[in-house]
Design a binder for this molecule. Structure first.
Ligand code: SAM
Length: 282
């Protein structure tokens, strides 16, 4: 029976192994059974699923995942955690533990051979590399069904934001191109040991079966990046000045007018559909 998700048990394991937290690895371990349940429920894990967990820590969530999923692949960078994980996960024969940096792994290769099992990512992510991990998972083309992760609250808000808000930007559009985001819980710092200095949130990204817009992906994302590089500038000025895009300010104004948008519009006002249309017109 999984039993690590209460502070007393976590502390006992950490002390017995003389474990020292490594700040550089973003180690904030979950010690709240209700939050752990919330994450796993939000991911809708069933025994049909293979779960990829990034950063299992001492295996608190891994144990619960192993009890619900058909298979769990857990990738942990910190080799000091491996002997602990070997102990805490020893009752579970459906867990594969990999001591690696997730950013160096080919996720597509990793999840291949799951005999057609849907693969879900479930993790309490290390916050210092949230964006490269999430974008790598979305862009990498691995057959993932959903990604349910604990992230910094501010990052969850940016992923879910819509046009016209201050949180809206290149990350919102990139995430929403690949998936439908939904914040499912806000989590305060006292649910972790040690306490992080920021609030956290659980977000579920359900991958689209087909992209919601038709466009040349690379070109649209180059336009999106250039549009948000200088938020205070109009879209025509940002894109007209951007090196590498090869469009003139006049052409941008013309395209915006063709779309019924004012020449002075800023990037933060455009929806994903409008960015796709602009990219196709340019
Ligand atoms: N899942 C555990 C929990 O909820 O208690 C730990 C979560 S902690 C926020 C993040 C975990 O990710 C740590 O165990 C850390 O060592 C690990 N980690 C950090 N960078 C990593 C990387 N590049 N690849 C794999 N794991 C990493």
């Amino acid at each position: 029976m999984a039993n690590l998700g209460i502070p007393r048990n976590t502390i006992e394991v950490l002390q017995r192994h003389n474990f020292i937290f490594q700040k550089k690895y973003g180690q904030n371990f979950l010690i709240d059974p209700n939050v752990l349940e919330r994450v796993i429920d939000a991911a809708r894990v069933t025994e049909e699923d293979c779960v990829l967990e990034i950063g299992p820590g001492i295996g608190t969530m891994t144990q619960l995942l192993a009890e619900r999923a058909g298979k769990v692949i857990a990738v942990e960078i910190d080799r000091n955690l491996i002997p602990i994980l070997e102990e805490t996960l020893s009752p579970y024969s459906n867990v594969t533990l990999i001591n690696e940096d997730i950013l160096k792994l080919d996720i597509r290769e990793l999840v291949q051979g799951q005999q057609g099992r849907p693969v879900k990512v479930v993790a309490n992510l290390p916050y210092y590399i949230t964006t490269p991990i999430v974008m790598g998972l979305l862009e990498g083309g691995a057959p993932l069904k959903s990604i349910t992760v604990m992230v910094q609250k501010e990052v969850a808000d940016r992923m879910q934001a819509g046009p016209g808000t201050k949180e809206y930007g290149a990350l919102s559009l990139a995430v929403q191109y690949y998936a439908e985001p939904e914040v499912v819980a806000n989590v305060p710092p006292n649910c972790f040991i040690p306490r992080p200095s920021v609030g956290s949130a659980v977000i579920r990204l359900t991958k689209h079966k087909t992209p919601p817009v038709r466009c040349h992906e690379k070109k649209m994302f180059a336009i999106i990046r250039a549009s948000f590089n200088q938020r205070r500038k109009t879209l025509a000025n940002s894109l007209g000045n951007a090196a590498g895009l090869g469009v003139s300010r006049d052409r941008v104004v013309e395209a915006l007018e063709e779309m019924g948008l004012p020449a002075m519009v800023r990037g933060e006002a455009l929806t994903l559909e409008q960015f796709a249309e602009l990219s196709n017109r340019l």
